[in-house]
Design a binder for this molecule. Structure first.
Ligand code: ADP
Ligand code: FDM
Ligand code: MG
Length: 216
């Protein structure tokens, strides 16, 4: 076991309007204030060629077969995997707004017999595995009070409801080991304090002296 302290891999997940992007920005800022080096990332990363085609799909400007778009979302993580690994080995903590958890549940939420949770999980196997995934949970009612749906592909109440159910199914699988559920229906500062407590605990944890694991 090496004693070199690597960076941590932290993921913020949850439903639409759960406050992911708000809390993601705060975690990055708080960690920097505490003297940590931080790399802020988000998926989909719409800046790459693959990400641009995902963006066009989400805006309804192009069509993609369901398995194809699933694999593009996964490819968009694989094209970033080496840079995540390098940053972490270099001692930088990587904080990501959405990751493979969204990848798995949004595709499986389409409800096709040939696109199960198990099928959707497979292309993600081997990716850098988070040390901590904070799942920001809100009821559809609370989310609705934070503003209406936008115009992107998955912003419908039927889809959101199914996504939430499938997140809970995922928690029952081995991925659940890495997930901490956060009640994101509370005020922004209360949620932030809860999250930072978990993050600070992680940053002091001995598991950061071991190698980054891969998703299995
Ligand atoms: P997400 O990235 O999960 O879709 P955002 O962080 O963009 O969510 O937040 C969605 C909206 O809800 C924004 O207007 C944001 O200011 C607001 N918001 C975020 N967190 C809270 C909270 N805890 N309570 C009330 N409003 C919130
Ligand atoms: N999404 C996101 C997926 O369907 N698969 C994925 O792998 C990822 C990372 O894309 F509806 C969905 C989830 C959401 C949309 O929204 C991206 P934001 O607003 O960029 O997080
Ligand atoms: Mg967001």
């Amino acid at each position: 076991m090496s004693t070199h302290r690597r960076g941590a891999l932290i993921v913020i997940e949850g439903l639409d309007r759960a406050g992911k992007s708000t809390q993601h920005a705060r975690v990055c800022q708080n960690l920097r204030n505490q003297g940590h080096r931080v790399k802020s990332m988000r998926f989909p990363d719409r800046t790459t060629p693959i990400g641009e085609s995902i963006g066009a799909y989400l805006r309804g400007e192009s069509q993609q077969e369901d398995h194809v778009i699933h694999l593009l979302f996964s490819a968009n993580r694989w094209e970033a995997a080496a840079s995540i690994r390098t940053a972490i080995e270099d001692g930088t903590t990587v904080v990501i707004d959405r990751y493979y958890y969204s990848g798995i549940v949004y595709s499986a939420a389409k409800g096709r017999d040939d696109l199960s949770l198990r099928w959707a999980r497979e292309p993600e196997v081997g990716l850098p595995r988070p040390d901590l995934c904070l799942f920001l949970d809100v009821s559809p009612e609370v989310a609705a009070r934070r503003g209406g749906f936008g115009n992107e592909k998955y912003e419908t109440s039927v889809m959101q409801k199914r996504v939430r159910e499938l997140f809970y199914e995922l928690v029952q699988l081995r991925d659940g080991e890495d997930i901490e559920i956060v009640d994101a229906g509370r005020g922004i500062e209360v949620v932030e304090r809860d999250i930072m407590e978990k993050v600070v605990r992680l940053m002091a944890h001995t598991k950061l002296t071991r190698h980054l694991r891969i998703m299995l």
